[in-house]
Ligand binder design. Structure first.
Ligand SMILES: C[S@@+](CC[C@H](N)C(=O)[O-])C[C@H]1O[C@@H](n2cnc3c(N)ncnc32)[C@H](O)[C@@H]1O
Length: 654
């Protein structure tokens, strides 16, 4: 039978059961979107495109007894055990079995004229979603966000069918249970997955209360919790183009669910439904197509925080996780293309990072000082105004660390995409072409995010001094409040400010390391970055002890950080943090030797006297310096070198 005749018969069947298409709307077959709505005449805003009568809908509700509004239309009832075991927790499985039953009934089914126009179980191309793709096509999705959900779905659907079959096969009236094949279950689940509507949006409470007598409360709970969904024949022909111009409404008085347009539609245009704000990953996995819109390109990143980090994150008031809903989503974040490149002045260009991603990372990397701050300030939320002040906030170090980890994570994702994409060759069909495009889109989201993140780190690394240096790229933004100091820059600063002390310290290092002067920091940082941070911090504190007030006045911005360190770690001091040296065993000798030689320099006579008045001499200060070096540095890779750099904040003072 020609397709158009089948469409006409479907519409006629709908009409005879009060499912009505607007007179200015027609159903046609589009090459790309399949069955579609089109305006035959201009359609005014507010017009009801389709009014779907509840009596033509198909769902779990049709399979349970004692219903008038949602009838079974003469279908053989499923065994009582089958219904009672599945109805409360898994009503959607009953819905899938009911659709299979209608398919198996063929022409005898009330819904036959609807079912025969759906993509059929032997039409994988029309079923479209990747679960139906041949292995060679699915190979094109390896390493992408679309790969895991396809596999999860396959396993879930197999389990669901097995659950239903187990209850069916024990019933003497259902010896035909083996006709409910795995393939047919996948078909029914696909039909529901690609075209059903959530029960809470469609089913009116009035309809149930009357019909289901004593059971209505339990069933209404299934509706409100969306434990099943509903097929709406004819209304489900609407396709999706990512633009919301429609409204859905329940009309219990007339027994209809309506799809209306909010905007006028011109004659000849396709009329779209709206499936929600879905990313291309969701559209591809759930519906078998993607949209050509960068705003739909989202890459999901999953974090795996420790139990302590989860506790910390949950203590923040800006964490809006609802414990019962989708636990796996709590630390899953969608990175978008957004405006990563065209950033507004003063903005960090990170607006397209989803809310909570940086906060969660910060909770994962927080040091003692930062953890205490987060616990004492649960309302503090970095990402509300993600701008230059974020640098100046108390979490500046964790912020840099979070940016660095995010950068690494994104690079790893890119590598995975690249590695899994190797050897794919040219696409040879529609699925492969779409998957390849999707891969490219995912890569482009990751690339934009990674280049912005690396730019932030590079800019932060331009921080060379505590004394009013503004990196070139931040010139227009004034007041660069915090940055990442490399060991080389730290020693250059010492040379510029205290050349005598600098020369003495580097000659001690040069002698110990048997390295010529001037020291090549690119070599030294490979193994000794922590050691020399400890040495540098120790030296700075000696200078402060020696010069007192004059030191603070000479370096007002630097003083902010010195005071902050001293105050922040008084709690750790009480906890014994300065009783030990925080360094690896291989560093101990070098640290001790260098620190002792520096303490004995003639320039530090007055400071030495202060230190030596303490029973443990220079040890507590050495331990403090090693603690700050451990807690306040961040690992970065720049110019091909990985090194620990010191996060410094120069604007917030006590
Ligand atoms: C609710 S049904 C819409 C009716 C469907 N076109 C049909 O032929 O039966 C959803 C399916 O329509 C197709 N579809 C919807 N919007 C599309 C789009 N923008 N591009 C390509 N296919 C689309 C996909 O196959 C999707 O799984």
């Amino acid at each position: 039978m020609p397709k158009q005749l089948r469409i006409d018969e479907l519409l006629e069947w709908g009409r005879s059961h009060h499912t009505i298409l607007h007179p200015s709307v027609e159903v046609y077959r589009d090459d790309v979107t399949g069955l579609s709505f089109r305006a035959k005449e201009d359609v005014p805003p507010g017009a009801k495109l389709v009014s779907c009568a509840y009596q033509t809908t198909l769902s779990f509700l049709n399979a349970i007894p004692y219903s008038f509004l949602f009838e079974s239309h003469g279908s053989k009832p499923f065994p009582l055990e089958f219904i009672s075991q599945l109805a409360l927790e898994d009503p959607h499985i009953i819905g899938h079995f009911f659709l299979m039953q209608q398919y198996l009934m063929g022409k005898r089914s009330f819904w036959w004229k609807y079912i025969r126009l759906l993509p059929q179980p032997d039409q994988p191309d029309l079923l479209a979603i990747p679960i139906w793709w041949p292995e060679a096509d699915r190979r094109f999705l390896w390493g992408t966000n679309a790969e895991p959900p396809v596999e999860i779905r396959r396993k879930l659907w197999m389990i669901e069918r097995a659950k239903g079959i187990k209850l069916l096969e024990s019933s003497p009236e259902h010896q035909d249970w083996d006709e409910y094949t795995q393939k047919l279950y996948f078909w029914a689940a696909t039909i529901f997955g690609t075209r059903s509507f959530r029960a809470s949006l469609t089913v009116p409470e009035e309809g149930l209360v009357e019909q289901y007598k004593g059971n209505h409360k339990a069933i209404w709970e299934c509706v409100t919790q969306d434990r099943f969904s509903v097929l709406l024949p004819i209304l489900d022909i609407g396709n999706h183009d990512g633009v919301n111009r429609v409204e859905w409404s329940k009309h219990p008085d007339t027994g209809h669910f309506a799809l209306s347009t909010c905007k006028a539609v011109e004659k000849g245009e396709q009329i779209f439904n709206y499936y929600g704000d879905k990313s291309n990953s969701e559209l591809l996995v759930g519906y078998g197509f993607t949209l050509d819109s960068p705003s739909q390109d989202v890459v999901n990143l999953k974090l795996v925080p420790s139990a302590e980090a989860i506790r910390l994150r949950r203590s923040q008031s800006c964490h809006n996780h609802r414990p019962t809903s989708h636990p796996e989503e709590e630390f899953m974040f969608g990175v978008r293309t957004g405006s990563l490149v065209e950033r507004a002045k003063g903005s960090l260009g990170l607006e397209s990072l989803p809310h909570g991603l940086l906060e969660a990372l910060i909770c994962m990397v927080a040091n003692n000082r930062e953890r205490r701050f987060i616990e004492q300030n649960p309302q503090y939320c970095l990402q509300v105004d993600l701008d230059f002040d974020s640098f100046a906030g108390p979490l500046y170090r964790a912020f840099f660390s979070a940016i660095r980890i995010l950068y690494i994570k994104i690079r790893l994702e890119m590598e995975r995409l690249h590695d899994t994409g190797e050897g794919l060759g040219s696409p040879s069909n529609h699925n492969q072409t779409m998957a390849l495009k999707y891969r490219t889109q995912q890569n482009s989201v990751l690339m934009k995010a990674s280049s912005r993140l690396s730019q932030i780190l590079e800019d932060a690394l331009l921080f060379k001094s505590f004394d009013a240096q503004v990196p070139e790229t931040f010139q227009n933004d004034q007041n660069f409040p915090a940055g990442l100091l490399t060991l080389m820059h730290a020693f250059s600063w010492l040379q510029a400010q205290y050349s005598g002390v600098h020369d003495s310290v580097v000659s001690i290092i040069s002698e110990d390391q048997e390295e010529d002067l001037p020291l090549d920091w690119r070599l030294l940082i490979v193994d000794w970055d922590n050691t020399y941070w400890c040495v540098w911090i120790y030296t700075i504190w000696l200078l402060w002890a020696r010069d007192g007030q004059a030191f603070q006045e000479r370096h007002p911005a630097f003083r902010t950080w010195l005071d902050e360190m001293r105050m922040a770690y008084s709690k750790d001091q009480q906890d014994g943090a300065y009783d030990i040296l925080h360094a690896s065993p291989s560093e101990v000798e070098t640290i001790n030797l260098t620190v002792e030689a520096i303490t004995n320099l003639p320039q530090f006579k007055s400071a030495r006297d202060i230190l030596m008045s303490h029973e443990k001499g220079w040890e507590p200060l050495r331990n403090f310096a090693s603690f700050v070096a451990k807690e306040e540095t961040v690992a970065v890779t720049s110019g091909g070198l990985e090194q620990r750099v010191l996060a410094i904040n120069k604007t917030r003072g006590p």
